[in-house]
Ligand binder design. Structure first.
Ligand SMILES: [Fe+2]
Ligand SMILES: [Fe+2]
Length: 475
């Protein structure tokens, strides 16, 4: 392997060819990465020519180069946004000090943990989505799935670059471990809960890319504020790619909703049984999937009160969403924030030190952002003249982490008894029957311009190509 010119093979803007140690570390890691991709990446796709964008630089011309690529040959690259001259740490106890270009010894363990936790989500989602190519509703959607998959692979490269470059032997060990854990594995699972759930069908995939990739956006935004400059610059570039993942989710759900509404109007019915018989996904089922993915995803922000969150912030490792645009003191000592807890059978707000509540702050920012896309789905329903509206559930619903873990709360935010929960849960979360029905719709549609019955075509194609473009060619 040592004869490979990695500065050519791995597109990068980090002077890879001038850093022998890093080059050697990546030389050892790359074949293992490819074995991981071949084992747990998109099934049966090795010979497909896929119309993909590849980043070859971070400027507007270079970061979205489109062309046909066989995915194992995708040029997974390493890109950092350009350095900002004299960048300063702009929050926490080191406020005003120069941003770090090397890892400060006292923050080494925490930084490594932050990078590993983020890095672990990237391959996890590829593993979760590996079966979906068999049931793509169109070539257009198949391409989008693969685009998301290769970019999550690149995000893993981005995090492994930091581990290799700045964390020596521990970093290399973590890089290997990132290829060894497996989503949903009993013995060696991925680190975070939502990344061990299955993504069994395309409704789940679109909900995942809408809700869970958006968690990625918020985590990356918080890390893009970091005082550790290489982390900030890496995550800033990752965010440009992340936007497409959320687009895939938002437009995917929107097209499902659009198709369902069309059939509701044709058949003049809102009866789920009739709609299912007509081969579309009824709106209440879509709502249950939404409830599931939203609640599982907001758990990813962690416990509502967390001393780690306080440490990460005060140390300057992880900021808030839009830290630079906030007009407080960016130190937050003495500030308070409201979190929820159940007292005497009621949900009540409690003021706690804001530093300890920064997970909750990020979760609340995330929730605001999530709601806007749901409102756009509702516009589609409204335009079809149908009175139904989708709604994100209350943030206390179906939680597994923090003070609300295991507390029975209805989607509209009422504490309920176990009996009431049991009597209603089939209306609130997808049932085995719902999942079996959605699974029954999944079939492969790969003729250019054709779409499965349960989803509307998109209004426009990718990179200004027509909707009936041959987005994937099968070898
Ligand atoms: Fe990612
Ligand atoms: Fe993503």
């Amino acid at each position: 392997m040592s004869s490979i010119d990695y500065s050519q093979k791995i597109p990068n803007n980090v002077n890879l060819s001038e850093d022998r140690t890093l080059q050697r570390a990546l030389e050892q890691w790359q074949p293992n990465y490819l074995s991981w991709w071949n084992e747990t990446g998109p099934e049966g796709s090795t010979n497909f020519d896929v119309y993909l964008r590849t980043a070859v630089s971070v400027d507007p011309q270079g970061w979205a180069q489109f062309g046909y690529v066989k995915m194992p040959d995708y040029r997974w690259g390493i890109f950092l946004n350009p350095a900002e001259q004299d960048r300063k740490i702009h929050f926490g106890d080191h406020l005003g000090e120069p941003a770090w270009q090397e890892v400060p010894g006292e923050h080494r363990a925490n930084l490594r943990r932050i990078i590993v936790t983020q890095g672990d989500t990237e391959p996890a989602s590829v593993e979760q989505q590996k079966h979906l190519g068999h049931t793509a509703p169109s070539l257009y959607d198949l391409r989008n799935l693969f685009q998301v998959n290769v970019e999550e692979g690149r995000h893993l490269w981005a995090m492994v670059y930091l581990l290799h470059k700045y964390f020596g032997r521990d970093g290399r060990e973590e890089g290997e471990a990132l290829l060894e854990r497996r989503s949903g594995d009993q013995d060696n699972p991925r680190i975070l809960g939502a990344f061990n759930e299955k993504t069994p069908d395309w409704l789940s995939f679109f909900m995942f890319t809408y809700f869970t990739d958006r968690d990625g956006k918020f985590q990356l935004c918080a890390l893009a504020e970091s005082g550790f400059d290489p982390l900030a610059r890496t995550t800033r570039f990752m965010l440009t790619e992340e936007a497409h993942h959320m687009f895939v989710g938002e437009s995917g759900v929107s097209r499902i909703v659009q198709r369902t509404c069309q059939v509701m109007n044709e058949l003049k019915t809102d009866d789920p049984a009739k709609l299912r018989a007509a081969g579309v996904i009824d709106l209440p089922t879509i709502q249950r999937y939404l409830n599931f993915h939203f609640s599982v995803t907001i758990d990813l922000f962690g416990a509502d009160q967390s001393s780690n969150a306080a440490t990460f912030y005060s140390a300057g490792l992880k900021g808030r969403f839009d830290e630079g645009k906030r007009d407080d003191d960016h130190v937050l000592k003495g500030d308070v924030y409201k979190v929820l807890e159940v007292q005497g059978g009621k949900l009540v707000e409690k003021e706690v030190p804001m530093l300890n509540a920064l997970n909750e702050v990020l979760r609340d920012d995330y929730i605001k952002d999530s709601v806007s896309g749901v409102n756009r789905w509702n516009k589609v329903i409204e335009k079809a003249g149908i009175p139904f509206r989708l709604k994100v559930p209350h943030k206390a619903f179906n939680r597994q982490i923090g003070a609300l873990a295991g507390v029975r709360i209805s989607p509209d935010g009422r504490p309920v008894s176990d009996a009431e929960w049991d009597a209603n849960v089939a209306q609130w979360l997808p049932t085995a029957e719902d999942r079996a029905f959605v699974a029954s719709l999944m079939g492969r549609v790969v003729e250019p311009g054709k779409f499965a019955n349960w989803i509307a075509p998109p209004a426009i194609g990718i990179n200004r190509q027509p909707v009936d473009f041959e987005y994937v060619r099968f070898g």
